[in-house]
Design a protein around this ligand. Sequence first.
Ligand SMILES: C[S@@+](CC[C@H](N)C(=O)[O-])C[C@H]1O[C@@H](n2cnc3c(N)ncnc32)[C@H](O)[C@@H]1O
Length: 256
Amino acid sequence: MNHRPERLDQELALLARYYDARHGSFQEDVDFYRQLAQGRDLVLELGCGTGRLLAPLAEEARLVVGIDRSAAMLARAQERLRGAGPGPRVSLVAADLRDWACQGAELAVAALNTLSHFTDLPSQERVLASTRRSLRDGGLLALDVPNPHVEMDARPTGVAVLEATYRTPEGTLMEWSVAEVARASQLLTIRSLYDLCGGSGIRRQTTVFDLYLYYLPELTLLLERAGFRVEATWGDYDAAPYRDDSPRLLCLARAV
Ligand SMILES: C[S@@+](CC[C@H](N)C(=O)[O-])C[C@H]1O[C@@H](n2cnc3c(N)ncnc32)[C@H](O)[C@@H]1O
């Protein structure tokens, strides 16, 4: 499902409304990024979303910049930062990562699938080239994408799976997902159905996103072509080796 830009922003606005119910308190990767950010001058979070990682990063680094194309995501990040209090050490930028660059960053973080949102080769090349421009020589890019070997078979195709049920102030929220994998194009399409059951009945809202499934050799080549050298890969946030059945594909690349 390749969205037109305005359609993508609508989908992201809807995702922003529900993202935190599922991922807002996800903590498993926080220490991994904290360690990388420790003592750094300027840290970028690429696709910072609702700002889950911004305050922890700002506790370690002098300045953190969160970049995201979605105004709805950034509004939620702003709200979250007000509660957390790192104040002026975090700034938010509304921009498309394919075009935006700064200078002199020491670390760029692309957490929880941000890079998977770039589903075609020109977009992938552009976002990596912009990131390279933003980093000083020797700077680091840390990225976290799904393990393609797991995702290709993990979900029953076309079947609605109940992911979770949450209590919200407006009622009970049920999140379903329907996944389709296109192996030839390495795309995982996830249709999420959000059913809010409240006083006035059930309201269903739907988002559809494509996630690109990177294989490690291809990711390594993409990074090398953009001016990075892969220094380490892991299969989980506890530095476990990357294997066929690892939950994630984590990669640390140095700007050379
Ligand atoms: C899966 S969310 C990750 C959020 C956050 N990094 C986290 O770990 O919770 C991916 C984010 O990337 C953003 N994004 C997708 N395409 C983008 C683009 N072309 N430019 C900037 N941000 C983009 C989305 O708006 C979304 O907030």
